[in-house]
Design a protein around this ligand. Sequence first.
Ligand code: SF4
Ligand code: F3S
Ligand code: FES
Length: 245
Amino acid sequence: MGYQARFRVWRGSAEGGELRDFTAEVNEGEVVLDILHRLQATQCPDLAVRWNCKAGKCGSCSAEVNGRPKLLCMTRMSTFAEDETITVTPMRTFPVLKDLVCDVSYNYVKAREVPAFQPPADLGPGEYRMQQVDVARSQEFRKCIECFLCQDTCHVIRDHEPNKESFSGPRFLMRVAELEMHPLDTAEDRAEQARGDHGLGQCNITRCCTEVCPEHIQITDNALIPLKERVADRRYDPLRWLFRR
Ligand code: SF4
Ligand code: F3S
Ligand code: FES
């Protein structure tokens, strides 16, 4: 049976905006994105919302529902009470372009700052050999759909805009960790890059990134903490310390 639900949707642009109230029909099995599409079809045709797959795989429909970072296409209406007002706002960490659509280019800048995988020079395509355990380790990180919900929720940049300069965020620290663990990567000291270039030290292991990841990647336990351990090993190993001096 359908019912009428109350919504508050943020509408505006980089210059400012406000929450607007709507009432919309909800049917069994629908997700928040369905309701936004219904609003577009019936009440506000110019409502901007980014989406693509409607299957939780493209990472486009990231926003905040009742203040929590979510994929709009994977947030079922059945998780809310019928008399609840559901508030939908754009991701807070990135500048708004229009309504629920943000400018996420910070993430592309940070992605470009991670040097690419460098295989040994004498290995040709098809000659790479590695243990299954090493394949499995990075497989988890490769599930990332680049929704940037972890970047949106991390307090280091969510609450402190100037930190964007020095901190690459959990998604790209995870990429550095993946490369650091890769047995065939020959790039110079990824752990040192994580510390110096990507601001790993600013992560204080709050685990909020892991909690919101729709792919359930153990970002903190499997990427960030091991990377911190590698940095500590390298920096505080007495022999390496003597060598550096
Ligand atoms: Fe999204 Fe998870 Fe990838 Fe972060 S790690 S961008 S939350 S899929
Ligand atoms: Fe931020 Fe995740 Fe660390 S939320 S502080 S990157 S554990
Ligand atoms: Fe693709 Fe939501 S529309 S993840």
